[in-house]
Design a binder for this molecule. Structure first.
Ligand code: ARG
Length: 398
């Protein structure tokens, strides 16, 4: 009995000591990084491990209304013609071959920098997908950024909003399970129903609109929370969320409430962009105190960064011509970069303007030939998801 009381007293004292200590360090004990293979709180800590998407079996998306809401109308005819076909049968063969070479070479560059590279597992995206609420053609597992939200030791599977991307999660199961079995935290956001009523009827985006995008101009209703991971940009305690055609207010609120116990604040950001999808061509934070913005997409809440003493620099116009075959995205993939650490950035080799900007800011560009990979929808940031960076949770805003 006495030993029991003594033991419980001892436990209580230890708990109090630990509580006091952790209160000083951080209000949240974010899991033990020694026991988690997943660990990344921001975009700039030294990169150790990255998921790189694969082009295998990738298909041209079916442009259902929610995809039309994200893609510029001048691409519709091409996409309608090729929906559901493998990209390798759609793209000009030489272009496709260079894309594969660039992809292979990118792995070498990453490995040369000491970064471990892992991949999802492709499924056959040409198969028709079917749920009780819809059928669609699949897309790809080329863009892990869109699906995986990494915050500290936690991997969050996002809901995904395009119905054609509903089953992308299958490509990541093995990878996530492996990280989880080695100690990472695994969360799957509520899988949406994606009924017709999630999408406003007869919606058509006004491509010339100069209004800040919000729920009124969105194709999405607030029927259920939906979000893509690429609509979030991590800056330690603060995460910026892009209100977009694929992330509604409820989706952002789900992430906000989910991360609040870690002491993380999720800020909704509205931009001038009639077809917003993913924040990583619009706002990027290469290091603490520095944000780069897209000149065509002003941000309603940018004052928050300026007030906190951050430098907000406007990106130059891309060097790669507008008529380059960007089959799904805009040319702003110039902004779509990955930091090796605070002082070095992986950037497309022909995007000279943004390279010069980085140099001016004291950041060395590591030039990567990658533009042929842009064609199927994403840049260096989209094609990857950094799962481990050396560094801890910090507050960069107050
Ligand atoms: N919608 C963006 C644009 O056209 C492309 C975003 C790509 N980002 C991504 N994570 N897939 O500028």
């Amino acid at each position: 009995m006495l030993t029991k009381i003594a033991r419980s007293l001892h436990d209580q004292i230890s708990i109090n000591v630990v509580n006091k200590l952790s209160a000083r360090l951080c209000s949240y004990t974010p899991g033990n990084k020694k026991h988690s293979p997943v660990w990344a709180w921001n975009e700039w800590d030294p990169l150790e491990e990255i998921v790189l998407g694969l082009p295998d079996m990738a298909c041209c998306p079916e442009i259902l209304p929610e995809a039309k809401a994200c893609i510029s109308e001048n691409k519709f005819d091409f996409l309608l013609k090729h929906k559901g076909k493998y990209w390798k049968d759609v793209i000009e063969p030489e272009h496709y071959k260079i894309m594969l070479d660039e992809h292979k070479n990118f792995i070498k560059i990453l490995q040369g920098e000491g970064v471990k590279v892992v991949h999802p597992e492709p499924i056959d995206f040409a198969k028709t997908l079917c749920t009780p609420n819809f059928t669609a053609h699949g897309v790809d597992c080329a863009m892990p950024r869109d699906f995986l939200l990494i915050v500290g030791n936690e991997m969050i599977e996002s809901t995904m909003t395009w119905r054609s991307r509903y089953f992308e999660f299958m490509c990541y199961k093995k990878l996530i399970k492996d990280y989880w079995s080695r100690g990472a935290k695994w969360t799957a956001a509520p899988k949406p129903m994606c009924k017709e009523t999630l999408f406003k009827e007869n919606y058509r985006a006004d491509e010339d609109s100069t209004a800040f995008f919000d729920e009124k101009t969105s194709i999405l209703t607030e029927e259920e929370p939906v979000f893509d991971a690429a609509d979030f940009i991590r800056c330690g305690r603060d995460i910026f969320a892009h209100v977009s055609q694929v992330s509604n207010n409820a989706g952002i609120e789900w992430v906000r409430r989910h991360l609040a116990p870690k002491g993380i604040r999720v800020h909704s950001m509205n931009f001038v962009d009639p077809k917003p999808m993913h924040i990583d061509t619009t706002l990027f934070t290469p290091r603490p105190g520095l944000a780069i913005t897209c000149p065509e997409r002003p941000c309603l809440q940018i004052g928050m960064l300026k007030k906190a003493g951050w430098d907000v620099v406007v990106a130059p116009y891309p060097d790669i011509a507008k008529n380059f075959p960007y089959y799904i995205s805009s040319q702003w993939l110039s902004l779509n970069v990955v930091m090796l650490d605070e002082n070095r950035v992986l950037v497309e080799k022909d995007e000279i303007g943004i390279q010069k900007l980085f140099e001016k800011c004291g950041i060395t560009p590591v030039k990567v030939p990658f533009k042929h990979c842009f064609s199927i929808g994403g840049g260096i940031h989209c094609w990857t998801s950094d799962v481990r960076r050396r560094g801890d949770l910090q507050n960069y805003f107050d």
